[in-house]
Design a protein around this ligand. Structure first.
Ligand code: HEC
Length: 137
């Protein structure tokens, strides 16, 4: 009985992988002028209107300052009172981690305290492009 069940589980696994791959394709943008990197200019506008209630670039507010977040260790900005979960995180913020965080913070750090996400993949790419442009200054 073990083998057929195992086979079924494997078939399910590959079906899931296929679905995920299809979803990924569906979410990726058409080959537009903007490309995968996103637009820092648009990202700045989105940051100001959608993150600005809680974050600024160089002051801690409801959320930590984000001007130098790219390349920074997660949950470690001095002087900000993080949730226990984010304070204990062990990753560094790179583009992929930021994209994942903005998609669903809870999936990156379970128990974190940021109750906000960006639904649109394009918005997420633009905001991360903006944060990356600050890191290069
Ligand atoms: C409603 C308030 C709120 C909004 C809106 C918000 N955040 Fe946050 N953000 C927080 C809080 C609070 C934390 C700290 C979470 C914790 O300690 O678990 C946080 C943490 C973060 C972190 C982790 C930083 C670090 O030092 O590890 C990033 C990155 C981040 N936010 C990006 C964004 C971006 C980009 C936006 C806009 C798209 C945004 N946030 C919108 C409240 C917010």
């Amino acid at each position: 009985m073990g083998w057929p069940l195992f086979g079924l589980a494997r078939a399910r696994g590959s079906l899931l992988a296929t679905l995920v791959a299809m979803l990924g394709l569906g979410l990726s943008p058409p080959a537009s002028a903007q490309g995968q990197a996103g637009s820092a200019a648009k990202g700045q506008a989105i940051f100001e209107s959608r993150c600005g209630a809680c974050h600024s670039l160089d002051t801690h507010r409801v959320g930590p300052a984000l001007g130098s977040v790219l390349g920074r260790a997660a949950g470690k900005a001095l002087g900000f009172g993080y949730s226990q979960a984010l304070g204990a995180a062990r990753h560094v913020w790179d583009r992929d981690k930021l994209l994942a965080w903005l998609t669903d913070p809870e999936s990156v750090v379970p128990g974190q305290a940021m109750g906000y996400r960006l639904e649109q993949a394009e918005d997420r790419r633009d905001v991360v492009a903006y944060l990356a442009s600050l890191a290069k200054r």
